[in-house]
Design a protein. Sequence first.
Length: 214
Amino acid sequence: GDGRITKIFITHTHQDHSPGAKSLSERLNLPIYGCVTKSSQMRDMPIDISYKVKHQTVITSSDHEIMPIHTPGHASNHFCYLYDGYLFTGDHVMQGSTVVIAPPDGNMTEYLDSLELIHDFSVQTILPGHGDPINEPHNEIDATIKHRLKREKKVIERLKEAAPIDIDSLVPKVYDDVNSFLHPIARFSLEAHLIRLIENNQATFDGQKYSLVE
């Protein structure tokens, strides 16, 4: 191509990803492609979308084709973009770090399902929103799924030992391998795991404490 920017794509509307799109759009007179939901409008900085992307509906630009892939989990309006073997993953898959899943907009079951979804595409390189390019994408996706399920197993084990227990008391037990400085952030993902266990009839919540289903 001639190196000109013709479109702006946003993966999701969290404040470290989308706010610059508006000023860039105004300065260069370019359309913004993405997805805005009711929850994102309440939670994130307002942004006007020129075109709402649709799952696996290819967008053509000159001789290029970009496929949006809806990947809810980190955010309900999260999309990855597949272009010529490169997958732009935003916060869905990141190099060197796990992704925070913060309810109610974040959902652990949807996140795991979305990881399985992108695993089925022909991807040569992942280009994440944070970190370096990932040149073994399917290995990274497999490792991420394995890590999440291993953490879920640990949640079950700690509930078995200590339930009934409130979430703040459960955090250091489940994330004893993580610096305590990060425990307030880890609490979000723990809540997402607990919600998933409740949805799968493996745990209960009485409004204060969580227990395993016998």
